[in-house]
Design a protein around this ligand. Structure first.
Ligand code: DC
Length: 229
C-alpha cells in the first residue's frame, strides 16, 4: 500500500450525501475517487448473473476474489463507469435492489477481505477520496481526515427518492424509507466492519445542510489537517 498518499475517508449510511460530496471534492482536489459501495454492488450483480446463491458464502468469496472490476472516471466529473469483466454495468448498479444485494454480500467477512486489496490498490498519487462504510475504521485507518456524514432516515429517503426519480426510476417513498431502515440495521448489525464512525472521525449531521454546505465544511477540515505544524 502506498501509505504516503493522503486519503480523505468519507463514511456514512446510504443517502447521507457522501458519494456526491466525495466526488465533488475529488474533482476539486484532483484526487482519485473510490466508491467502495460500487464494489459490493458489482458483486451482488455478478452473483445474480452467475446464479450464485446469496447463502453460498465460499462461492461468493471466490467470486469477489476473481471479479475483474475497473472504474473508468468520466471527464465531466460524474460517477465513474463501472466495468465488470470489461463491460459497463450501467443502471442495474444503482438500483435499490443492487443496494440490498450489496448489503447482504458485504456482511460476509471473506468477501470484505477479498475486496480489501482492490481498495488499497486505488490509493494512488496525488491522493484518494474514499467513500463507504468502513473507509476510516478499517480500510484506510491512517487517513489524513475521517468524516462520518449522517442524516435522519426520513431526510435520506427523500434525497434518494429525488435522485432515483431524476434518473428515471419508478420509486415509492414509504417503501424507500423502509428499505433504508432495513439496510441501516443490516450494515450496523454485522460482525465485521459494521457501519459506525471511526473513533477519530469528525461526525457531521447533514440533515439541515445542502451539498455545497457539506463540501465546504469537509474541505475546510481537510485544509486544517494539511496545514503544516
Ligand atoms: O454506498 P452504497 O449504498 O453504494 O453501498 C451499498 C451497500 O454496500 C451498503 O448497504 C453496505 C455495503 N458497503 C459496505 O459494507 N462497505 C462499504 N465500504 C461500502 C458499502
Amino acid at each position: 500500500m502506498n501509505s504516503k498518499v493522503p486519503v480523505l475517508a468519507i463514511d456514512g449510511p446510504s443517502g447521507s450525501g457522501k458519494g456526491t460530496v466525495g466526488q465533488i471534492l475529488a474533482q476539486r482536489l484532483g484526487w482519485h475517487f473510490l466508491d467502495s459501495g460500487a464494489l459490493y454492488r458489482a458483486l451482488g450483480v455478478a452473483a445474480i448473473r452467475e446464479r450464485v446463491s446469496l447463502d453460498d458464502k465460499p462461492t461468493l468469496a471466490r467470486l469477489a476474489t476473481s471479479m475483474d472490476i475497473h472504474f473508468v472516471p468520466r471527464t465531466d466529473g460524474g460517477a465513474a463507469a463501472v466495468l465488470l469483466h470489461g463491460e459497463e454495468i450501467g443502471d442495474p448498479l444503482r438500483t435499490e435492489e443492487s443496494g440490498r444485494l450489496a448489503s447482504i454480500v458485504a456482511a460476509i467477512p471473506e468477501v470484505r477481505q477479498a475486496l480489501l486489496q482492490k481498495q488499497h490498490s486505488l490509493r494512488q498519487p496525488p491522493g484518494l477520496v474514499a467513500d463507504g462504510r468502513d473507509m476510516g475504521s478499517t480500510v484506510f485507518p491512517d487517513a489524513i481526515l475521517k468524516v462520518y456524514l449522517t442524516a435522519s432516515p426520513e431526510v435520506r429517503a427523500q434525497r434518494r427518492y429525488k435522485q432515483l426519480i431524476e434518473k428515471g426510476f419508478d420509486v415509492n417513498l414509504p417503501r424507500l424509507l423502509d428499505e433504508i431502515r432495513e439496510r441501516d440495521a443490516r450494515d450496523a448489525g454485522r460482525v465485521v466492519s459494521p457501519l459506525k464512525p471511526a473513533e477519530d472521525a469528525c461526525i457531521l449531521d447533514t440533515s439541515q445542510l445542502d451539498i455545497s454546505g457539506v463540501v465546504e465544511r469537509v474541505h475546510g477540515l481537510l485544509q486544517e489537517r494539511q496545514r503544516p505544524g
